[in-house]
Design a protein around this ligand. Structure first.
Ligand SMILES: [Zn+2]
Length: 158
């Protein structure tokens, strides 16, 4: 199953960082893109000072660049994972827009989450449904909030 392989690739990427002595922070993410060809491309988020401000680049731009470097543009599925706790996240609107802009066919790609696969065009509906469901369950915090996907600033292709 390709999705299992995506999870494995994401975790391996983080474990290599840990082995190299890198400290994983709660804000760090890892992205794995499965191209139409079945090839997997990964990327990590990066935090650094940029013009005197702490700036975080999302993991998706690096995964996209790795894919483009191999001449691929068509995306089958995207996995975004918190490197700290290995929980899946929805990519932010900016990163989704970047992926859609790569190729017309990417409107048919999917976002891979722990328990489900969300069509990229159904992300907004998925967020709304999650909020509704958690309200029904009288939980205060939605399962997936837009805030949890957009907390980091995006500076792709800088
Ligand atoms: Zn993003």
């Amino acid at each position: 199953m390709i999705y299992g392989k995506m999870f494995e690739t994401a975790k391996n990427r983080v474990q290599i960082c840990i082995r190299n002595g890198q400290i994983i922070r709660p804000m760090d993410t890892v992205c794995v893109i499965c191209a139409k060809t079945g090839h997997l491309y990964s990327g990590l988020s990066h935090a650094g000072m940029y013009r005197g401000r702490l700036t975080v680049t999302h993991a998706e731009p690096e995964a996209i660049q790795n894919m483009l470097a191999f001449g691929e543009k068509q995306v089958e599925a995207v996995l975004l994972m918190n490197s700290y706790n290995f929980r899946t996240l929805l990519p932010c609107k900016q990163c989704i827009a970047d992926i859609l802009a790569l190729d017309e066919e990417n409107k048919n790609c999917h976002i891979v989450l722990e328990n489900t696969i969300v069509p990229v065009q159904g992300v907004d509906k998925f967020i709304q449904d999650s909020i509704n469901q958690s309200q029904l369950a009288s939980a205060q915090v939605p399962v997936v909030s837009a805030g949890s996907t957009g907390i980091l600033r995006c500076h792709p292709f800088r």
